[in-house]
Design a protein around this ligand. Sequence first.
Ligand code: EPU
Length: 427
Amino acid sequence: MDKFVITGGNRLSGEVTISGAKNAAVAILPAVILSDDVCRIENIPNITDVNTMAHILQEMGAGVRFINNTTLEIDPRTVGTYVAPYELVRQMRASYYLLGALLGRYHHAVVGMPGGCNFGVRPIDQHLKGFVSLGATYSLDGGMVDVVADELVGSHVYMDVVTVGATMNIMLAAVKAKGLTVIENAAKEPHIVDLANFLNSMGADIRGAGTDVIKIRGVQHLHGTTYSIIPDQIEAGTYMVAAAATSGDVLVKNVIPKHLESITAKLEEMGVQIEEYDDSVRVCRSGGLNKCNVKTMPHPGFPTDMQPQIAVLLSIAKGTSIITEGVWDNRFRYVEELRRMGAQVSVDGRMAVVEGVDHLVAAPVKAMDLRGGAAMVIAALCAQGTTQIEDIKYIERGYDHIVEKLCSLGADIRRVSVPEASAVLVG
Ligand code: EPU
């Protein structure tokens, strides 16, 4: 029951280095199962979701060892099961990538229904549809998904919705299938390209990742590789918004500016100055913030994973802004917490109307999920007074050393342990 205690009002300034991308890492780690040899993965973020995935692989028999803080070596040759450990799997959404990876290697996968942040219904029908197109059958029983195939044969798969998870999972299952698989209406997020690049570095034949048609020609073997994960687009965007919210001046380093274009465009529309360099962006705000409307969409649209953070900024902008959530059914759960801090936001289904206020004020709040929690951190950094944020376990699923990084930018943030007994009294 640890919490963050944040005293707002400090302008963030200086430099922050962005870690490897969570949503690439949680797919690349299980993808190692498909390799015939040891893989070395660099730029691994130190976050709970990645540590859980490493733990799952270890429980399944893989050799997993950290070479240094950000480099992991995984030996998949000793994996001896196609059944993923239930208790660990249900802790994270991305455990569904074990389905594609185990199916690709063993033609059989048994994995618990994935857990993760709650944004309403989070179906995996498109993942299963893809596996069936490749020749598999599945059953859902007692909270487990069981997928099996005599052989996997390449096929045409048309995605009914643009889905990151299903696009990556079908790539994993198809990479060693016989013949050609074509995924149409594929998602185009940077982590999809990263997974394809990783698999290609092991000898796969994947073309078109980053467009809406991906072609995968199956190969018989994948060899070991050394691969460095791309920087985290959403972590970078979160620090960009934090800099803007505190009228700061921050150089956000180790980023791919192209991945940040939709975020940069919105910040500029709001009056924030952004300078782009080869692998960094400088974010600086000297005046007030303008209102603007934001609609989240699959890449290259504005990312849903930045929606709560930008909402904080809009809540201190001049005028009324409208946010439309275009990906998830229920991604405004954090709004109630933000309102406690003085924000004026009303939600109607997938739309939120934000009336800008002069400033936010400190309040005891909770992280409702990973990005909602990041939004609370930003709100606390720019609010008057000292905010306490509970349920920080959600934030630590996806933000590497967030306290240290924010402190180095001049924030007043501490992580404090709350004994369970007093936690109950407080709660
Ligand atoms: N969908 C279906 N059927 C499916 C799969 C998805 O209808 O079989 C729908 C979903 O209900 C949703 C939409 O398609 O409305 C998009 O879902 P997608 O599959 O793209 O999401 P995901 O793969 O489960 C990943 C990220 C999320 C991020 C979304 C969208 C990981 C581990 N998670 O989820 O990241 O919000 O893509 O970009 O990669 C986060 O990092 O905070 C996070 C939640």
